[in-house]
Ligand binder design. Sequence first.
Ligand code: SF4
Length: 368
Amino acid sequence: MLYTIPDYYKEFQCIADKCEDTCCAGWQIVIDRKSLNKYRKTKGKFAKRLRRSIQWRKGIFKQSEDKRCAFLNEQNLCDMYTALGENSLCQTCKKYPRHIEEFENVREITLSVSCPEVARILLNKKEPVSFLSFERQGDEEYEDFDPFLYSVLVEAREVIRKILQDRNKDIAVRAGLVLGLAHDMQVRIKRRELFSCDELFAKYQKKKAAEFVEKKREENYEDKKQCFDRALHMFRKLYRLELLHEEWAIHLEETEALLFGKGAFFYAKVHDEFEEWLKENMPDRQILLEQLLVYFVYTYFCGAVYDGKVYSKARMAIVNVFFIYEMLVARWLKNERILDMEDVIMLVYRYSREIEHSDENLEKVEAF
Ligand code: SF4
């Protein structure tokens, strides 16, 4: 079995009670069968509390009214961990913030930026992210798995990573190239011409392709009203998502009012001013966006082996970063035109919590 991890994987360590948030509130924690059986058989002082704190039929931990896990105490520490030790934790709690994508004979492990500590590591990283592979014993076969499509997707993802990490180009141009490549790949998948994807990989790494994207971008940017309408139209789709944290709804309304409340001219002006401010005060802003794009592409792109939707996987990555960027602009306005890394980290992990912790939301954003 082949395993892959990002190069910053080992830097992560849970900071527990020093964490500004908790991963044990806001969503239901599903307990695996083995842990459920173990909890059923637990004896001793803690057994009674354990039994009372689980919804046995659903196989989840009970929660308080404000959606905190029944074992989470006021110091944001887990009482079960304290009473029974690390081994008592169910798979969900043990694994988090690790995210695992499963393919035939492959496990791609990433760290979810919904954990503030992971977001902090990723967003403070200046070097381009790379991914490491290692083998462990054990083989498996999947029914209906297309190894050829998977191998092309892995190759495409590597090309995309290369494009996204080409720091000689503006990040918007890099994103445009990725969209173009994924779009053309989708056409080839539809026509069953996957074997000819190599041409595309070469084409989108050429200077000519970047010049084309740059020209298109300038043309589109000219029409400020259209940019505003498109952005608002996209932004409002966020209201259709499953709401995991009540305060997210308030955050969305506030962001909409700040960014879109004063019309197209204000929207364009504020974006220009924000970009100027970033250039001066956050010179690594493009690296930050690059890390996020690579994160979303790496995590979800190869999932297209199960549904063939290459283009929407690439778009999803870009749309996610677009939403985060819009929220950063709004936060900057709210802070009276100041923003620091902690604001960025907070917005990224909160966004990720709303989107990545709900399959329904991931599917909806992909459909956007
Ligand atoms: S969110 Fe991350 S750092 Fe915070 S408690 Fe959970 S795993 Fe630890």
